[in-house]
Structure formats: structure tokens, C-alpha cells
Design a protein around this ligand. Structure first.
Ligand code: NAP
Ligand code: HSE
Length: 428
């Protein structure tokens, strides 16, 4: 006598840019996905706030429900694609506590309440997968969490926010206006529901926290990440970057230093020859350095409905295999206890753009202040402009603390009109 295997039931919470594409792929590719899982997979329902709102035709109207709890309770796999902290957190906890597998793309939630979610998953022996939470379609979470689990990751450097890369790229290559490009990124489905999370650097900071946690085997939350966004990057900064052979990119950096780990997000200058300098539009690219593996590079579409849905579907297949055939994915590894360093301890190079009086001796006096704070000068570019000269001073590696003390003193000098911008230089 044969026993029929029940279908693996998938509940989708949220039906926006990503949720719609997940439902489409789950429906269109159902027979292939079921074959890969080793048992049939079916859409249990799609939770939305208002079932009367018109949806994309790829979403079956009969699948919509506004009863999240009943949907979660009826499913084997819960796919959270609403975003935000609540009610996403409570719904995921409900699912995990009942032993259901959870797939989420919600980096803000993971970087804020990750510990609670992992503990609920462990307590119930349930899967918690989140490939889509970092760098859209790019397989990055799985390589860092699983493939490199036997190695020692020392550094991660990358572009992990599609919206800001798109905005900086359009401003750099087409000279377009900031507000206009942000609105287009929203229209294209790259930006978060609230785009200040993107342009303020918080989305990249959440991703940096997730990557640092996985890479260094310890808990790093979004509050541990130093974060600057791109809102202060001006057309003049972009033009000055071109003058010195650089491009500005919003970078996420997680690195091990002697005293602990440093995790930070900021717009930085990259030399045009650096591979990350060539990353265009909403694409993401991430370098991972590990002691034995050396340098690895991951590249692909970092945002958008279909690319992100690809990563979500990969997770759905993984956890559905466990539901159908038994087993469980990797648990959280958080045994390490490195200090998370304040930004003042981070070491990098800087480009300081300032206007100074165009008189003999001024450059020497400015250089003296840099020397006093032990910030070495690598090069100086001077552009004359009436009574003032615009200087771009590129430094050698120095601590953020030393650089800040230098800038504070330079700002007080009579010979200095204004410190126009300070940008870090990475990748040289
Ligand atoms: P979105 O287009 O804003 O869609 C979110 C959906 O969730 C909407 O249908 C929204 O409903 C629903 N929703 C929000 N709060 C809800 C609530 N309290 N109750 C019920 N439904 C609620 O967002 P998205 O771009 O698809 O992003 C979804 C998740 O994927 C987020 O965590 C995001 O960070 C992540 N992500 C997005 C991308 C991307 O490129 N878009 C890439 C990677 C990861 P309404 O229509 O009623 O507002
Ligand atoms: N808003 C995010 C971005 C979506 O622009 O990268 C992908 O996580």
C-alpha cells in the first residue's frame, strides 16, 4: 500500500515588488520546483492587508487572505515579504514557534531582532533562511554561512545597496539630479518602501551586520554598524572624484583587526581601476577575503522584484526539501566574542577637499596641521579659483580619530575658507 505524500504548503506574507514575483515563479514553475523538492509544493495563500485592492494578474485572487494567523497556521513554510519590524517579527516568531520553516528577505528585521529569531528557530528545530536579505539575487549568504564555514573570513568589502549604486551611477555618468534618480529607483522597485533606508545607508548597514555576523561567527546588530549614507554627496564631490581618477560608491566594510571587528558603511572614493568601480546601475558586488580561500568576488543584480524572488525561491526549495524529506539547514554560529570597534579606531585613507586663500605659505601651514596629528599626505591637487584655491589632499592610512582631530583644527585656520568634503578612499 502506498502512502500519498502531502504537498508542502507555502504561505506568502506581503504581495509587493518581491512577493508578487515569488508568487509568479512559484505558480509558473510549480512542476519543476516540486520535482526539485522531491514532493509537490503548493501556494497555501498570500496575506495582504486589503484583499479588495487590485493586484498584479499573476497573483490568483482566490489565494489572497487578510487572516495572517490562519494562513501561517495552515502552512509548512512561511515566506515573509512585508518588510519592516512589526508585524513581521511577531508573524515569524509565530511560525518558527510552531516548527514551520521561515524564509525572509527582511534585512532590517534580521539585523535588529536576529537573536530572537535564531533562538526561536533553534528552540523549535525549524529552518530560518534569508538569502534574499543581502544583495538581491547574488548567492552570498549561503557561501559565507556554509561554503566558508571551514575557513576564517578576514574582510568583506562591497556594494550591497542597489538603489544608492543606481543613484550614484546615474549622477556620475549622466549628470542627473539626485531627487529625480531616487524617484526612478523607487519606480523600478529597487528602493525600500521608505527610500531613506537606502539613501541614509541603513539598508546597507543592516546587510553589513548580517554579513559580519555570519562571517565572524558572532552577533552584530545594525546598532553596531557605523553608517553614513549618500545624502551629503554632491555633484561637486562627484566632479572632484573624477579629477583624481576615482568614482564614489556606497561601500559596506566588515573587517577583522587586532583589537576586534570593524563594521561600517559610507560613501567612499574608489580608483577607476578597482573592480567595484565598474559596478553599474542597481548591480551589487562583494569581495570576501578568507585566510585559506584568498579573495572571492560575488556579482549580480542586487535589487528588483524578479532577481530577489530568485533568491527567495532558492530558499523555498531548500527548506521545502527538509519538510518533504527530513533534515534541517545550518543553525546560527555565534560562539565568537570579538569587540565591535568604534569608528574612531578604523584605519583608511581620506580625500579632504577644502578652499584656502591662494597665498604663499598656506599649503605649508595646512600640511603642518596634518603632520601634527600624524596624518601623512600622499598627494595634493590644487585648482585655482579667484582669491581662493580648491585643494584636494589625499592622505596615507590614518585612524578616523586622527583625521577628525586634523579636520577640526584645519576648520579653525584663518587661511582656510571652508572644508568642503571629507571622503574615505578605499581599494588602493
Ligand atoms: P513592497 O513592494 O513595499 O511590498 C511590501 C508588501 O508587504 C506590500 O504588499 C505591503 O502591502 C505588504 N505589507 C507591508 N506591511 C504590511 C502589514 N503590516 N500587513 C500586511 N501587509 C503588509 O516591498 P518589497 O520591495 O517587495 O520588499 C519586501 C521585503 O523584501 C522587504 O523586507 C525588503 O527589504 C526586502 N527586499 C526587497 C528587495 C527589492 O529589491 N525590492 C530586495 C531584497 C530584499 P500594501 O500593498 O498594503 O502596502
Ligand atoms: N532597497 C534595496 C536595495 C533592495 O536598493 O539594494 C535590495 O535589498
Amino acid at each position: 500500500m502506498s502512502t500519498a505524500i502531502s504537498p508542502v504548503k507555502i504561505a506568502v506574507l506581503g504581495c509587493g515588488t518581491v512577493g508578487t514575483q515569488v508568487v509568479r515563479l512559484l505558480t509558473e514553475n510549480n512542476s519543476d520546483l516540486s520535482a526539485r523538492v522531491g514532493g509537490s509544493v503548493e501556494l497555501a495563500g498570500v496575506y495582504v492587508r486589503d484583499t479588495s485592492v487590485a493586484r498584479d494578474p499573476v497573483v490568483p485572487v482566490e489565494a489572497l487572505t487578510s487572516d495572517a494567523e490562519a494562513l501561517i497556521d495552515s502552512a509548512d513554510v512561511v515566506v515573509e515579504l512585508m518588510g519592516g519590524l512589526e508585524p513581521a517579527r511577531a508573524m515569524i516568531i509565530r511560525a518558527l514557534s510552531a516548527g514551520k520553516a521561515v524564509v525572509t528577505a527582511n534585512k532590517a528585521l534580521l539585523a535588529t531582532h536576529g537573536a530572537e529569531l535564531y533562538e526561536a528557530a533553534d528552540a523549535a528545530g525549524a529552518d530560518l533562511y534569508f538569502e534574499a536579505a543581502v544583495a538581491g539575487a547574488i548567492p552570498l549568504v549561503r557561501p559565507v554561512r556554509e561554503s566558508l564555514a571551514g575557513d576564517t573570513v578576514t574582510r568583506i568589502l562591497g556594494i550591497v545597496n542597489g538603489t544608492t549604486n543606481y543613484v550614484l551611477d546615474e549622477m556620475t555618468t549622466k549628470g542627473l539630479d539626485y531627487d529625480e534618480v531616487v524617484a526612478e529607483a523607487q519606480r523600478l522597485g529597487y528602493a525600500e518602501a521608505d527610500p531613506t533606508a537606502d539613501v541614509g545607508g541603513h539598508d546597507a548597514a543592516a546587510k553589513a551586520a548580517i554579513l559580519a555576523s555570519l562571517a565572524f561567527h558572532q552577533r552584530v546588530t545594525i546598532d553596531d554598524v557605523y553608517c553614513e549614507g549618500i545624502t551629503e554627496v554632491s555633484a561637486a564631490d562627484i566632479a572632484a572624484a573624477k579629477e583624481t581618477g576615482h568614482v564614489i560608491k556606497l561601500l559596506a566594510i566588515a573587517e577583522k583587526a587586532d583589537a576586534g571587528v570593524s563594521v561600517r558603511v559610507y560613501p567612499a572614493l574608489l580608483p577607476l581601476s578597482h573592480p567595484l568601480a565598474t559596478v553599474r546601475g542597481a548591480f551589487n558586488a562583494v569581495f570576501v577575503e578568507a585566510e585559506a580561500a584568498g579573495e572571492l568576488m560575488f556579482y549580480g543584480q542586487g535589487a528588483g522584484g524578479a532577481p530577489t524572488a530568485s533568491a527567495v525561491l532558492g530558499d523555498i526549495v531548500s527548506v521545502a526539501r527538509h519538510v518533504a524529506n527530513g533534515g534541517r539547514g545550518p543553525r546560527e554560529s555565534n560562539y565568537a566574542r570579538h569587540d565591535v570597534l568604534p569608528i574612531e579606531g578604523a584605519q583608511t585613507r581620506y580625500a579632504v577637499r577644502m578652499s584656502v586663500h591662494d597665498k604663499p605659505g598656506v599649503l605649508a601651514r595646512v600640511a603642518d596641521v596634518f603632520a601634527k596629528h600624524e596624518v601623512g599626505i600622499g598627494s595634493v591637487l590644487q585648482v585655482p579659483d579667484a582669491d581662493f584655491a580648491s585643494l584636494i589632499i589625499s592622505t596615507h592610512r590614518a585612524s578616523e580619530g586622527a583625521l577628525r582631530a586634523t579636520i577640526d583644527e584645519v576648520r579653525g585656520m584663518d587661511a582656510v575658507g571652508e572644508v568642503l568634503s571629507v571622503l574615505r578612499i578605499e581599494g588602493e
